[in-house]
Design a protein around this ligand. Structure first.
Ligand code: KIV
Length: 267
């Protein structure tokens, strides 16, 4: 009997039971099939595809067209995992643009949730989307689409003021109707505090072990990053004899809470 598909309600129930959520980025049908078989709970069609597939220096060049195409590819291989698609640069800048974007990602791409980077600036958009029945995943901390503004890929929330902004934005995004939140590159203690304060599941990347779940870029866990891999990632191919074994190792490590460990938690 096919496994029951995962929904945002499933993830909320997992948080309530204290079960950790595993998430990986995914950009094509073959990987979607494999990741789903390995028991990954959430597939994220991240705009990181601009860097790892397209070879750009940032996610800024990625378009809605690219996102809809890759989301549709993943949807064809996925059977159980929840499918989240990223809004690319500026696609969620106004509620009007976001509605058009969500229609493409969900109707053309088959996404079940859309992810949007931003805090106070996207609250109206989050409210508008959720009022129209679009489940939203927020994204705070390091927001890669703002790399040209912040001047690099750096940890966020390390001083009291910026930590307070992230705390406040996290609550506001939840209140605006978001069903999930990604917290990227923030100190572990801050991520733990936010995960406990929010009722929605918080998925961390470079945010320590005490989030409700973890997400990584699939290429990083397979040792396929041609540059220096991020400090918070782990190469699960080391000691594995197949991609399936590596991905299963990641899922198990997230579930058990052994990933990330101290070595993958810089702050
Ligand atoms: O684009 C992406 O892959 C992401 C994750 C790394 C969280 O946003």
């Amino acid at each position: 009997m096919p496994a029951k598909p995962i929904t945002v309600a499933t993830l909320a129930a997992m948080k309530a039971r204290g079960e950790r959520i595993s998430c990986l980025t995914c950009y094509d049908a073959s990987f979607a099939w494999l990741l789903d078989d390995a028991g990954v709970d959430v597939l994220l069609v991240g705009d990181s595809l601009g860097m790892v597939l397209q070879g750009h220096a940032s996610t800024v060049p990625v378009t809605l067209e690219h996102m809809a195409y890759h989301t549709a590819c993943v949807a064809r291989g996925r059977r159980r995992a929840l499918l989240i698609a990223d809004f690319p640069f500026l696609a969620g800048a106004t509620p009007e643009r976001a509605l058009v974007g969500a229609a493409r990602l969900m109707q053309e791409g088959g996404a079940e949730v859309v992810k949007i980077e931003g805090g106070a600036s996207v609250l109206e958009t989050v409210r508008c989307l959720t009022a129209q029945g679009v489940p939203v995943c927020g994204h705070l901390g390091l927001m890669p689409q703002s790399v040209n503004l912040i001047g690099g890929y750096r940890f966020q929330g390390r001083d009291a003021d910026s930590a307070q902004t992230i705390r406040r934005d996290a609550l506001a995004v939840q209140e605006a109707g978001a069903s999930l939140l990604v917290l990227e590159c923030v100190p572990a203690a801050l991520a733990q505090e936010i995960s406990q304060a929010l009722t929605i599941p918080v998925i961390g990347i470079g945010a320590g072990a005490d989030c409700d779940g973890q997400v990584l870029v699939i290429y990083d866990i397979l040792g396929l990053n041609p540059k220096r891999p991020p400090r918070f990632s782990r190469d699960f191919m080391k000691g594995s004899s197949s991609i399936m074994e590596a991905v299963t190792g990641y899922v198990t490590a997230v579930r058990e809470g052994s990933f990330p460990g101290p070595a993958e938690t810089p702050y």
